[in-house]
Design a protein. Structure first.
Length: 646
């Protein structure tokens, strides 16, 4: 016990040394790369960054020192040679591991000098590119000698401190109290595992926790190269193998891209005389003098877990809509509509750049720009293009991804809170009411220029937290409904209330918008990222498969923009159809990427509209299954082909 307690004390001292080392290197990072006025303008944010940085550093150190933590239990074996070996091994291990961690952080600093970001998946270019050329660049672009000298000095200091720590007496002079010792072991073990997790909340420490400021550099300050290297390795391992256009057709059984287009458009092959398939994937909206002179604002909101199946249970007693109810009656709600996937980031990327799985945003291609982006035609038309999330912008690499997809601004929770001191946050971000308030304020603050605002809500998500001031509408769960639920009544009530709250926030926003001057020139579209899977046993066969994937598509169109529209709310569709619809509603003579349908198109029969969610798809009963199968397969091939490497 005495040996164990003493070595645990050594381990804690080593941890403190690591925190000090990482803190100094973080300060060097700040002094090297921070803006000149950052201390005066963001002093509070800097403090928050260093505090959050300690959490990331602690997690890295706990993983790095986990072996020593485990080996310390061997001190309970009373073999002097083993104990002496463990002391010597611990000293060498700590020196080697700290030297390695220091080297990675220094490399991260130099990585930042070129890429203006922490180590990411691009670091693997060191071995994937011409290594000799990269080494030549490193030698010419970086102070290699100074870096090596600095590294050597740091390692020498670490060696001296570690040697001093392990040179102290190996055991306590006084025998410890047994009960106190057991409590210490339990406490020390618990704290160590808390350090591994990085959080005492419902979720472990993640990279999106690094967002503490609207200043992106300060957000980067919270991280260290060790954490981002770990994520880069994970990202690289998970990334799909490169897909080349020459392989897409071969693997799909098609002889030519024209054959694919013939199946997709249900037309003969000779309908595509151009050798460039992009001539057909990029369509152009009609010339409209009214739209040219009066371009509307366009607001699209992707709402967390806004599933369509819940709408079947809405009533005055189980009120799931709140203030949204009247707008559903006043405007347009498409209910034969599917989310593109069953996950938020996958649906979001599918909408933003029309990309089917696998993700671009989780690969090194997230730094590329794609003209399939929904923001591309709006940017070309002179719109302000903005993306706002109620959560953290660091989530799922949005901070890297969005600026390359023609969004001129992108921000999240930290900026919303800065703009609105009254905004309240929860586990996932700001409550939805403050996100919608931010959207309205954006419209009001830029009245002279048209805006495309894309937003992502977060509130309707476990653990179903709601602001204290929210007064729910009636949530009464009948006995017949209770018998259909997977969860108990209390959980179900929380879930239904969170769903109601999100819809009520949307309804309040629409009410405020319509009463303002911006209601006359702002189109609003809303859909869900995926269905809600918390309460109903969707996969047990009692519910239709389509109900597993149904999400509403809500559309508010001001009166002046409704002219000449064909509105059939029973048309089938999915996320792929949202922006072909909105772009045709809002832009005159604009070219855009389209692998979907304009739901308001008067020239196309209802039978040719369909929705896709992963492997599930459905369409109008008059559309034969064989035709639908052919169209869906061809669309998938075209999507893969477009994003494949040439």
């Amino acid at each position: 016990m005495k040996f164990y307690l003493k070595q645990s004390t050594h381990l804690f001292k080593i941890y403190l040394l690591g925190l000090l080392l990482f803190g100094i290197l973080r300060l060097v990072y700040l002094l090297r790369f921070g803006e000149t006025d950052i201390f005066s303008n963001f002093s509070a944010d800097l403090l928050a960054a260093f505090i959050t940085g300690i959490r990331f550093d602690t997690q890295i150190l706990c993983y790095a020192l986990a072996l020593i933590f485990i080996l310390n239990f061997l001190y309970f074996i009373k073999i002097p040679k083993l104990q002496n070996f463990l002391v010597a091994f611990s000293k060498i291990y700590v020196l080697v591991i700290f030297a390695l961690l220091t080297a990675i952080i220094i490399i991260d600093h130099q990585f930042y000098t070129y890429f203006k970001t922490h180590i990411n998946i691009l670091v693997f270019g060191f071995v994937e590119d011409d290594t000799s050329a990269v080494m030549a660049s490193v030698w010419s672009d970086h102070p290699v000698v100074k870096v090596i000298v600095s590294f050597s000095i740091i390692v020498f200091i670490i060696y001296k401190i570690v040697s001093k720590i392990y040179a102290s007496p190996k055991e306590l002079s006084k025998s410890p109290n047994t009960i106190a010792s057991v409590l210490f072991i339990l406490l020390f073990t618990g704290v160590f595992f808390l350090g591994l997790r990085g959080s005492y909340g419902p979720f472990p420490l993640q990279i999106d926790d690094s967002t503490v400021s609207k200043n992106q550099f300060i957000n980067s300050l919270t991280l260290n190269g060790l954490f981002t290297l770990e994520k880069a390795i994970e990202e690289r391992n998970e990334a799909s193998k490169p897909i080349y256009q020459r392989d897409v057709l071969t693997n799909s059984g098609y002889q030519s891209i024209n054959q694919v287009m013939a199946d997709y458009y249900c037309l003969p092959m000779d309908s595509f005389p151009s050798a460039n398939y992009l001539d057909y994937l990029f369509e152009t909206t009609a010339t409209d003098s009214f739209l040219a002179k009066n371009p509307p604002n366009v607001v699209f909101v992707l709402m967390e877990s806004f599933g369509g199946y819940y709408l079947n249970f809405h009533s005055s007693k189980l009120n799931l809509l709140g203030s949204l109810e009247k707008h559903i009656h006043e405007d347009f709600l498409f209910t034969n509509f599917l989310s593109s996937t069953q996950g938020t980031i996958y649906s979001l990327e599918n909408i933003l750049i029309n990309k089917d799985y696998p993700l671009i945003s989780s690969s090194n291609r997230r730094f590329e720009s794609f003209q399939s982006s929904i923001a591309y035609p709006y940017s070309n038309a002179g719109y302000q293009t903005i993306f706002i999330t109620g959560g953290k912008l660091g989530w799922r690499n949005l901070v890297d991804f969005l600026p390359h997809q023609y969004f001129k601004e992108a921000y999240g929770e930290e900026t919303i809170v800065k703009n609105n001191p009254n905004a309240i946050t929860n586990t996932w971000g700001v409550y939805d009411e403050y996100l919608f308030e931010e959207i309205f304020n954006r419209l009001a603050s830029h009245p002279t220029s048209p805006q495309l605002i894309c937003a992502l809500t977060t509130s309707n998500h476990t653990p179903y937290e709601l602001p204290d001031h929210y007064q729910p509408y009636s949530i009464e769960i009948s006995d017949s409904l209770r018998n259909q639920l997977l969860a108990n009544k209390d959980i179900a009530k929380q879930n239904f209330t969170a769903y109601q709250y999100a819809n009520d926030c949307l309804g309040n926003f629409l009410t405020k918008l319509k009463a303002s001057k911006y209601g006359a020139n702002t189109i609003v579209a809303v859909s869900g990222d995926h269905n809600s899977y918390a309460l109903f046993p969707h996969n047990n066969g009692k519910i239709k498969e389509q109900d597993n994937h149904i999400v509403p598509f809500f559309l508010f169109i001001p009166e002046n923009y409704k002219k000449g529209l064909h509105i059939n709310k029973n048309r089938y569709g999915s996320h792929k159809d949202i922006f072909p619809t909105l772009i045709n509603l809002s832009l005159s003579n604009s070219t855009y990427f389209s692998l979907g349908n304009n739901l308001l198109d008067v020239s196309k029969p209802d039978s040719l509209f369909y929705g896709i969610n992963g492997d599930f798809y459905f369409g109008d009963a008059s559309l034969s299954r064989s035709t639908l199968d052919k169209m869906v397969k061809a669309r998938s091939v075209l999507n893969t082909y477009y994003f494949a490497l040439p």
